[in-house]
Design a binder for this molecule. Structure first.
Ligand code: NAI
Length: 398
């Protein structure tokens, strides 16, 4: 299968590696020769590391490398069966590239975008044959993250959707099909992990008796009691406060300012101050030159009052479950795909809907109602689906 990748940055080069590893014939295109050179050099490094770890041998390395050619002319993608675009997140630029690409490729070439935040419908509208357009959203780093969200636009044909899903499965990825709505699945359902943690911090309830900010306490609660690999503040520092804030703000605006997605001033100020996290050496935590947090993050249970830690974890978990349930309520994706998305796309320790079953639907409803009664903010409204399931004593999976 001939695959054309447009944009050889972080995502494009990762997707090229995935497709080439699966035996596809890949052409990786970029307007910037330096980006192409960098992609080639970085693949060489990655494959050498895999050899050192004994995961592949030099024949496999040669096979993968020879499956990729690096091109600087969009016309070179003319014989593609599928193209995936991963250039700058700018609708006008994407539309221009898509309409030019369509003049070169055959009628049945699928034209996909890896966009995180633009609607697939708006990108598809730039094509003469919009039914051939689909969202194929990888996670960073593409070769390591198992999940790929596939997003049909309202224009997308069933055949194009089916073929796209099959191709991504052939690349040994887990597919979650999502409706063309802001944030798709992961970037929507994950919002409370950051947003509720920031809100808890802003309320000061997690601050230590000596007045120290509660970042480490909140992170400790989610990691130790929740089993998350990273706490919200560590993760925001890792992603970058600029990047993470922009995603939240985009989702908030795209949802017509639904208060549930309201960004936090705290994060905005951190981004404005240049406290972006690991990449600038300072965020919620300070980092050494190797990107490691300075000092210890090991807040022990002696420093954190257990009941406080539990209430923090349960508040964030209830908000996450509520968001996942509401995504199901609004048919954004199936229950299986929503749970797979969170475990395979952002490494959550459990699927949120399975977690809801485990905690009990009544627990979820009660937690949301407690928050709503406390704050009287729309942000804490319980999903109608949870309420209905509670009435009917239903569970998500059994
Ligand atoms: P990047 O900045 O690393 O790479 C973009 C590449 O596109 C650059 O090499 C640039 O030279 C090239 N480019 C720009 N305009 C071009 C044009 N008109 N024609 C050809 N090449 C062009 O960006 P990154 O992070 O790889 O993101 C690419 C896309 O993937 C964006 O739509 C982004 O929203 C999406 N995405 C990014 C994720 C991430 O974590 N970085 C995760 C999932 C999706």
């Amino acid at each position: 299968m001939n695959i054309g990748i447009i944009g050889s940055g972080t995502m494009g080069s990762g997707i090229a590696q995935v497709a080439a590893t699966s035996g596809c014939n890949v052409k990786l295109y970029d307007t910037n020769q330096a980006a192409l050179d960098k992609a080639k050099a970085s693949l060489e490094k990655i494959l050498n590391r895999l050899i050192e770890k004994g995961r592949i041998d030099s024949n496999e390395k040669n096979r993968i490398q020879s499956n990729i050619s690096y091109v600087d002319n969009l016309k070179d993608l003319a014989d593609s069966h599928l193209t995936i675009e991963a250039i700058v997140e700018n609708l006008d630029i994407k539309k221009k590239v898509f309409s030019e690409l369509e003049t070169y490729v055959s009628d049945n070439c699928i034209i996909a975008s890896n966009t995180s935040s633009l609607s697939i419908a708006s990108i598809a509208a730039s094509l003469q044959k919009p039914e051939r357009c689909v969202g194929i959203h990888f996670f960073n780093p593409a070769p390591l993250m198992k999940l790929v969200e596939v997003i049909p636009a309202i224009q997308t044909s069933k055949d194009v959707l089916d073929k796209s899903v099959q191709t991504i499965k052939d690349w040994k990825k887990v597919v979650a099909v999502a409706k063309d709505t802001p944030g798709f699945i992961v970037n929507r359902v994950a919002r409370p992990f950051y947003g509720e943690a920031l809100r808890i911090y802003e309320e000061g309830i997690a601050d230590l008796p000596d007045g120290e900010a509660g970042f480490a306490t909140i992170d400790w609660s989610l990691k130790t009691l929740g089993g998350f690999r990273m706490g919200p503040f560590e993760l925001m520092d890792f992603i970058g406060n600029d990047v993470n804030y922009t995603v939240t703000e985009t989702v908030f605006k795209e949802f017509y300012f639904d208060p549930r997605y309201k960004p936090a001033f705290t994060q905005k100020r951190f981004a404005e101050a240049g406290y972006l996290g690991r990449k600038t050496g300072k965020g919620y935590y300070d980092y050494d030159e190797n990107g490691k947090i300075k000092g210890s993050l090991d807040v022990t249970s002696s420093a954190v009052e257990r009941s406080l830690a539990e209430s923090i974890f349960e508040r964030v978990l209830a908000m996450l479950i509520n968001e996942a349930a509401d995504a199901l309520f609004l048919n954004i994706a199936s229950a299986e795909d929503i749970d797979n998305a969170m475990t395979k796309g952002v490494n959550y320790p459990k699927g949120l809907l399975a977690w809801a079953d485990e905690k009990g639907i009544d627990w979820c409803v009660n937690k949301m109602d407690e928050l709503y009664n406390e704050y009287h903010e729309d942000r804490y409204r319980c999903s109608p689906l949870l309420r209905k399931m509670n009435r009917e004593q239903k569970t998500f999976f059994n």
